[in-house]
Design a protein around this ligand. Structure first.
Ligand code: PNW
Length: 456
């Protein structure tokens, strides 16, 4: 596949998006921090899952990852050097509460205090994700997301975080991509904790959707002037053909991949009319749950990478739909085998904008994995640069067309641990040489730095 040159038409600067636009970069604790058992941190489901045979590419794990735990100062200085005004990272629940509840680790609290304070000292605004997939293993031992007790565990955890850090952190996201952690972790079994089937998936979905709202309410109650959001993975869905069976299959995939978690928060209930199997969620509902699912988020974080083409399938139970792999289609793909399709981000902004009661949309992740080579100490990544420019062009177009999009965070800062794919797909704007932990700003990162200029 030939490297696509940075698009010639791209002549936007960050100021073209207006002064109130939030620019940033996103990371997650398990993918970056390392120090998996240092200073009293308890194990998370990812510590356990990565030890199981056959779960992760080359049996890799996040025990060291980018060692952000020890290198946070140099890394935050690098963010400053790259003109990045907003830094999104997640808190590792089991670093603060090693068993998920009860005993609070003072070293864990101290670590995040130091990270937050150093961001602020560098003029960088911290944006916190409360849950980016690393559930304390001790809670998984009690059923994890399948156990309704998680409502209380999560509420207490969020109360702790909001009261510890809410004096300095205004921007909060409750969950990262609930569809991915319930779908991959509790239905397909390809992510931690490796559970499979509807019997695991459905309770996990209902409890995660409740926690999404519970967390929002806690943060709003404890943090004055908080901007409370949550994030959703989303992909443009196209039917493989005009046949009604394929169109119907695409509609069901859309329910699962784009609508399942946002609609109950907005008061629309679970979208079970278009995917009847979701009616089974009712068996996990208790009295008053419809009310408990509601929360009026200040912003919705959308995370878009690709689009999916979907066709009818007789063999896939319930869904009767399957994804046509991008590698079977004549399209450009990334190392994740995801199609590069810039209009997808425009269409997802438009789709979420169409719901009423969404005050603003922030792209909290967007990026691409391509193979990077260091030559003479420099990393030249024209494909990633072209990808970012083409997607940003679409974000700008959406804004021009009147959609309420008011922020963009690239995924990700340094190359990191990409879950089941290990360290193979590199998404960073900064290259990580893992053996030495040396960082090298890639040409995409230099471009982003210059594009951002000195955005306040
Ligand atoms: C996100 N999809 O996951 C996560 O929030 C990040 O932690 C992750 O590193 C990043 O995207 C890149 O993978 C996704 O199938 C997982 O479209 C799956 C999809 C999208 C995002």
């Amino acid at each position: 596949m030939s490297a696509r040159a940075p698009s010639k038409q791209f002549n936007l600067t960050s100021t073209d998006f207006g002064t109130g636009f939030s620019w940033g970069i996103s990371t997650a604790a398990y993918q970056n921090e390392g120090a998996h058992n240092i200073d009293g941190k308890g194990p998370s489901i990812w510590d356990t899952f990565t030890q199981k045979k056959g779960t992760i590419y080359k049996a890799q794990n996040g025990q060291t990852a980018c060692d952000f735990f020890h290198r946070y100062k140099a890394d935050i200085l690098l963010l400053k050097e790259m003109n990045i005004p907003n830094f999104r990272f997640s808190l590792a629940w089991s670093r603060l509460l090693p068993k998920g509840y009860g005993h609070i680790s003072p070293q864990g609290v101290d670590f995040y205090n130091r990270v937050i304070d150093f961001c602020l000292e560098c003029g960088i605004r911290p944006w916190i994700t409360l849950y980016h997939w690393d559930l304390p293993q001790a809670l998984e031992d009690h059923g994890g997301w399948m156990n309704r007790d998680i409502l209380g565990w999560f509420e207490d955890y969020v109360k702790l975080c909001a009261s510890l850090f809410g004096d300095r952190v205004t921007h909060w996201m409750v969950l990262n991509e609930p569809m991915v952690f319930t779908g991959a972790g509790y239905f397909l079994g390809v992510h931690a904790p490796g559970k499979k089937g509807l019997k695991s998936f459905l309770p996990a979905v209902h409890h995660a959707t409740l926690c999404q709202a519970i967390g929002g309410k806690v943060v709003r109650g404890l943090v004055p002037n908080a901007e409370v959001g949550t994030t959703f993975s989303c992909s443009q869905i196209n039917a493989f053909s005009e046949k009604s069976k394929d169109i119907r299959a695409a509609q069901k995939a859309d329910v699962l991949l784009n609508r399942l978690f946002i609609e109950p928060a907005l008061g629309l209930g679970y979208p079970s009319e278009d995917l009847p199997i979701l009616k089974r969620l009712d068996s996990f509902k208790k009295e008053g749950d419809d009310q408990k699912l509601l929360f009026d988020f200040d912003f919705i974080g959308i995370q878009n990478y690709t689009r999916e083409v979907v066709k009818h399938s007789y063999t896939v139970p319930y869904l009767h739909a399957k994804i046509v792999p991008a590698t079977d289609r004549p399209v450009k793909t990334t190392l994740m085998d995801w199609e590069v399709h810039p209009p997808s981000i425009y269409n997802m902004i438009a789709k979420f904008n169409a719901y009423s009661n969404i005050p603003k949309i922030i792209v909290t992740e967007n990026g691409a994995a391509f193979s990077d080579n260091i030559r003479n100490g420099a990393v030249h990544d024209p494909e990633r640069l072209g990808y970012l420019q083409q997607y940003l062009y679409q974000v700008h177009k959406a804004q021009q067309d009147g959609y309420k999009v008011s922020g963009y965070f690239a995924w990700t800062f340094t190359d990191n641990f990409e879950w089941a794919e290990g360290y193979f797909p590199r998404f960073g704007l900064v290259y990580t040489d893992f053996p030495s932990q040396r960082r090298i700003i890639k040409s995409s990162g230099k471009w982003y730095r210059d594009f951002l200029g000195n955005v306040p």
